[in-house]
Design a protein around this ligand. Structure first.
Ligand SMILES: NC(=O)c1ccc[n+]([C@@H]2O[C@H](COP(=O)([O-])OP(=O)(O)OC[C@H]3O[C@@H](n4cnc5c(N)ncnc54)[C@H](O)[C@@H]3O)[C@@H](O)[C@H]2O)c1
Length: 326
């Protein structure tokens, strides 16, 4: 993902990369060479990298357990941070990171790249304009993923590494925040992951919305999109999104009969836009120059992280548990 970010930064005219740091010796040099970023110095020590390259901001694309130390070091040096999800590997650490951002008076934004997918933006817009406050929201995520790296060993790999995206999207689409969750985590008999790679969860959200999540990272064949498949219901009707094409709404227009008539509305997707991490980079830069609070700002993003950790706690205790952010 560090390489993806390096390309994203290279392709943004407002940004110049002034250093690449990784604790694995030789890793920055190998990536710099591969991506032909010959004028970018490589470092294996963060303090040295900050002191010598004096960046205006740090992009933290390290493994989840390193987000805490990297982000705290940058914030302590008075440097804003755009970090990868999940914010941290525990709620305690995440709360410390939010407090550090506050203390330093510097922006810490978590890049939730799926918020910048044109279909997700269009679905959130359909909900707001036609459906009204949602009462029902469902998402399905079924993909078989054979990873190298930290995910192979990671506990709760689906909930903490992937479902965090989908949970955050549920907040984006509905505009609601989490209240409580009941969740079961499991590994199907053929699973190849050490940590739990499948889960079902039922969230109560503000306004009484019930959001159901079903997902698996060892479900091969007939995959869903990485964005998940969605169904939303509100007083104005329903909307569905397959995670790829334009979302569709059925807006109730009939006033009588057993089944009321509804009008089909297909969302229009923009032809040109900055999607994924290019979108989060643009929003971060805009926030730095205007002071406007971006999506993913740590005080808000911690609510999505809290959904993932509360789901893990529910799966471990077998109980419905409250979801608390800060
Ligand atoms: N938004 C997305 O769609 C998306 C996709 C993939 C990964 N990610 C996120 O990006 C992050 C990285 O994922 P990845 O797949 O590239 O992981 P990876 O394991 O392939 O790479 C992580 C890198 O971090 C380095 N690292 C570890 N500790 C460090 C430290 N203290 N200081 C500096 N470098 C350190 C490692 O040496 C390694 O090179 C994770 O948080 C992951 O969840 C996001």
């Amino acid at each position: 993902m560090g390489r993806n970010w390096a390309k994203n930064l290279r392709d943004c005219p407002e940004v110049k990369t002034v250093g690449w740091m990784d604790i694995r010796p030789g890793a920055p040099q190998a990536a710099i060479e591969e991506l032909r970023l010959s004028d970018v110095p490589g470092f294996d020590d963060l303090q040295k990298a900050i002191a010598e390259s004096r960046p205006d901001f740090v992009v933290d694309v390290t493994a989840p357990e390193a987000h805490y130390s990297v982000t705290l070091a940058a914030l302590a040096a008075g440097i804003p941070v755009l970090g990868e999800k999940p914010m941290a590997d525990s709620m305690e650490r995440a709360r410390e990171m939010v407090a550090a951002s506050q203390k330093a008076g510097q922006l810490y934004m978590v890049s939730q790249s799926r918020r910048y997918h044109a279909g997700a933006i269009a679905l959130a817009d359909l909900v707001r304009r036609h459906l009204g406050p949602l009462g029902i929201l469902n998402s399905d995520f079924y993909l078989g993923a054979h990873f190298d790296g930290f995910r192979h060993e990671m506990k709760n790999v689906l909930l903490l590494d992937m479902a965090i995206h989908t949970f955050d999207s549920a907040r984006h689409i509905s505009g609601a925040d989490p209240v409580s969750v009941y969740c079961e985590e499991f590994n199907p008999s053929w699973s190849w992951h050490k940590g739990a790679d499948s889960a079902v969860a039922l969230f109560e959200m503000t306004g009484g919305l019930r959001y159901t999540y079903r997902g698996s990272w060892c479900a091969e064949g007939l995959s869903t999109s990485w964005e998940s498949q969605w169904r939303a219901h509100g007083p104005g009707g329903a909307a569905v999104w397959d995670g790829e094409s334009a979302p569709v709404a059925g807006v109730v227009c009939g006033k009588e009969g057993l089944i009321r008539e509804s009008e089909k509305i297909t969302a229009k997707l923009p032809e040109k836009y900055f999607g994924g991490i290019a979108g989060s980079l643009r929003e971060f830069l805009e926030a730095l120059s205007t002071g406007r609070k971006p999506q993913g700002e740590c005080h808000d993003n911690i609510k999505s992280l809290a959904m993932a950790f509360a789901a893990v706690e529910s799966a471990q205790t077998g109980r419905r548990v409250p979801v608390r952010g800060i």
